[in-house]
Ligand binder design. Structure first.
Ligand SMILES: [Mn+2]
Length: 443
């Protein structure tokens, strides 16, 4: 009995203490909430200091991003395809859709072309392409040869043991370079599916040598202003070895090819834990970073819209580029390109989403105080240094970006403008019948 009473007394003491704590922390919370409200109201009245707005405006003035023609066509996974009624079914429709994204965002003046899918008549397709560009207000951008779709590439292209197949891959690349020259495109982007599926089945060193030779010969075809971009990918479609599996291999091959060859970083082409911004920093310091294919992923090469999974990673990449430029006073000559495949999202909406996300993350990166960061790094003030990135990332840059758009005569919200302008309804009507019949990918 007395033991129970004691327990009861103890419980009531504990309860009282808890209640006291709760009361006092509630009061603090109220103060905090009040403080937050005050700050929020103040921020609303003075959205952003002029210095920050200027940094964002300056950054946006320079930022352009290229759209991939294949991002507007029906695509799928290896398990199948979901056809979209509004997907582009011709090269001209891809130009039209890309033109729409550029019209609304103002920052996508070029569209990347895929030789096999967009130039069915090879070099003879360039007249048509020029007409499409004129009609829809976007220029042809990087040219992507296709060295993976034809049956002859089953065992590789530049790495194929059959010299005749290597030769035909080389000829296709030369045609791609000629198409680029006729269209005044600077970059030829090379991605290879070459690799093997089983140990012992491929001579890895020999294939490396063939790659070197073919890339060198491709480089010979370049005009002085053109560039050859070498892309890498660790696996898929090959599942044992891939001939250009990582940035180191791409770097060595680009160096061997010649001075106009650079490395192309596709953000989806890394192992899950890879520090991509470190690769970017190294390539910059070696003057070997040629461009990006932006997309996001959760597992492998998922081709999701940019920043949908890990926007902070994109900020870190942009930061390394800006930090390099600030420190060296050099302009990093990098082609920003999108490489995504939209299976479920509407093609044009997905593209607008990516472009606006790219602008936001580039603007946030512009808010990192570089001199301050350099000082903090020198002093090993870790918390201060890290906070400079985190604060930039946490800043809501959207109002400033909207202001910039308005100052350019662009819609302040491109997505809303797209949803209201009737384009989607029009193309859905025009293309639905063709799309219900046409189940082929990309082209
Ligand atoms: Mn790519």
């Amino acid at each position: 009995m007395s033991r129970s009473l004691t327990r009861l007394a103890l419980q009531s003491v504990v309860l009282t203490v808890l209640q006291c704590e709760t009361t006092s922390s509630r009061k603090e919370n109220r103060d905090l909430v009040r403080g937050r409200i005050v700050t929020f109201v103040a921020e609303e009245r003075f959205p952003m200091d002029a210095g920050k707005s200027k940094k964002i405006f300056d950054a946006l003035e320079t930022f352009r991003i290229e759209l991939p023609s294949w991002g507007f066509a029906n695509t799928g996974t290896r398990f199948g395809k979901f056809i979209q009624a509004a997907a582009a079914t011709t090269t001209e429709e891809k130009f039209s859709d890309a033109g729409q994204v550029h019209l609304l965002t103002g920052v996508c003046p070029t569209v990347a072309l895929h030789v096999l899918w967009d130039c069915p008549d090879g070099v003879h397709s360039t007249d048509d392409i020029r007409k499409f560009a004129e009609r829809h207000g976007v220029l042809p951008g990087s040219i992507n040869p296709n060295l993976f779709q034809d049956q002859e590439y089953k065992y590789g292209s530049f790495g194929n043991p059959d010299p005749a197949i290597r030769q035909s891959a080389l000829q296709h690349t030369k045609d791609g370079i000629e198409i680029a020259r006729r269209l005044r495109s600077r970059d030829i982007s090379m991605w290879f599916a070459d690799g093997s599926n089983y140990p012992g089945t491929a001579n890895i060193r020999q294939r490396k040598q063939w790659f070197k030779e073919c890339l060198k010969e491709s480089h010979h075809q370049l005009s002085p202003e053109q560039r050859l971009l070498v892309e890498y990918k660790p696996f898929e479609p090959a599942f044992y070895h891939t001939d250009i599996a990582d940035w180191g291999m791409a770097l060595l091959l680009a160096r061997a090819a010649g001075p106009q060859a650079k490395v192309l970083v596709d953000t989806g082409h890394h192992y899950a834990a890879q520090n991509i911004e470190q690769i970017v920093a190294w390539l910059l310091s070696e003057d070997m970073l040629g461009g990006f294919h932006f997309n996001d992923r959760r597992y492998a090469d998922d081709d999701l819209t940019m920043g949908s999974i890990d926007p902070y990673q994109v900020l870190r990449i942009f930061h390394e580029i800006r930090y390099f430029e600030w420190e060296t006073g050099q302009h990093a000559d990098i082609a920003y390109m999108v490489d995504q495949s939209h299976n479920l999202k509407g093609k044009i909406e997905a593209m607008i989403q990516t472009v606006t996300m790219a602008q936001e993350l580039f603007s946030k990166a512009a808010l990192v105080d570089e001199p301050e960061l350099a000082t903090a790094q020198q002093k090993c003030d870790l918390v201060r240094a890290e906070s400079l990135l985190q604060d930039a990332f946490a800043t809501d840059v959207r109002p400033a970006i909207q202001e910039w758009r308005v100052s350019k005569g662009l819609p302040s919200n491109p997505m809303e403008a797209f949803r209201q302008n009737g384009y989607l309804e029009r193309i859905t009507k025009e293309r639905a019948a063709r799309n219900s019949r046409n189940v082929s990918s990309y082209a």
